[in-house]
Design a protein around this ligand. Structure first.
Ligand code: 5GP
Length: 221
C-alpha cells in the first residue's frame, strides 16, 4: 500500500497510474506574455511537450522552422486543412494559424502532458475536442500594458498593433469560459510563472487524472 501511495504522489513518476496526458492551453491576447511564460514553464518542466503551431505569417527575426512555428504558404496550409490535418485553425490578423492534429493526439495518447498557446477562439475550439483540456487565460494587470509590450517587441507595424489590440478587446469577453486566470503583471513575471507551475502541478494530482485501475489498486490495498 505504501508503495502505491508514494508512486501516486510523484507527479513525474509512474505514468501507468495515469490515463492519457494532460493538455494545458495557455491563451489570452497578443502581448499578454504567453511566449515568455510558456518558455519558462518548459524550462522548469522539461517533460512537458509543446505543440508547435502552423502559420502563414512570415517568420520574425530569430524564429526557427519547426521550433517556433511550421511556416507554411497559404496553399500548403489550405491543403493540410482540407486533409483534416488541424485540430483547430483560425484566421488571425489576416494570417492562418492552426494546431496540427497528429502530434497532439499521439502525444496525449502516449501519456505525455502537452502545452499549447493558441489565441482565444482556438483555445475554446480545443476545449470542444478535448473536454478535459485545462484552459488558462493570461492577462497583464492593465490593458494599456498590452500596447506597451507590443510596441517594445518591435515585431509589428503600428497598424498591426492597432489590429491586435482591437482583437484583444473582443477576446476579453471570453474570460469566463476559461478554467484559470493568471495576471502577468509588469515586473512580476516570476509570480506569474509560479502561478502557472502551481496550476500544472495541481492538475496532475487531480483525482480524475488517475486511471480507474490505479485507484482500484489503492482501494484494494
Ligand atoms: P503571433 O503572430 O504573435 O505569433 O501569433 C498571433 C496569435 O496567434 C497569438 O495570439 C497566438 O497565440 C495565436 N496562435 C498561435 N498559434 C496558434 C494556433 O495554432 N491556433 C490558433 N487558433 N491561434 C494560434
Amino acid at each position: 500500500m505504501v508503495r502505491i501511495a508514494s508512486a501516486c504522489l510523484t507527479p513525474h513518476g509512474d505514468r501507468s497510474l495515469h490515463g492519457p496526458g494532460l493538455l494545458f492551453v495557455i491563451s489570452g491576447p497578443s502581448g499578454a506574455g504567453k511566449d515568455t511564460l510558456v518558455d519558462a514553464l518548459r524550462d522548469r518542466m522539461p517533460r512537458l511537450r509543446y505543440s508547435v503551431s502552423a502559420t502563414t505569417r512570415e517568420p520574425r527575426d530569430g524564429e526557427i522552422e519547426g521550433v517556433h512555428y511550421f511556416f507554411l504558404s497559404r496553399h500548403q496550409f489550405e491543403k493540410m486543412k482540407a486533409a483534416d490535418g488541424f485540430l483547430e485553425w483560425r484566421e488571425y490578423n489576416g494570417q492562418y494559424y492552426g494546431t496540427p492534429r497528429h502530434y497532439v493526439e499521439e502525444t496525449l495518447a502516449s501519456g505525455f502532458d502537452l502545452v499549447m498557446k493558441p489565441e482565444v477562439n482556438g483555445a475554446l475550439a480545443i476545449k470542444e475536442c478535448f473536454s478535459d483540456a485545462v484552459l488558462i487565460f493570461l492577462l497583464p494587470d492593465r490593458f494599456s500594458e498590452l500596447r506597451e509590450r507590443l510596441l517594445a517587441r518591435r515585431t509589428e507595424t503600428n497598424e498591426e498593433i492597432a489590429r491586435r489590440l482591437e482583437i484583444a478587446h473582443t477576446e476579453m469577453h471570453y474570460v469566463r469560459s476559461f478554467d484559470y486566470l493568471i495576471i502577468n503583471a509588469r515586473d512580476r513575471k516570476d509570480d506569474a510563472i509560479n502561478d502557472l507551475s502551481a496550476i500544472v502541478h495541481a492538475e496532475r494530482f487531480h483525482i480524475h487524472r488517475y486511471t480507474d485501475d490505479s485507484l482500484r489498486r489503492v482501494e484494494d490495498s
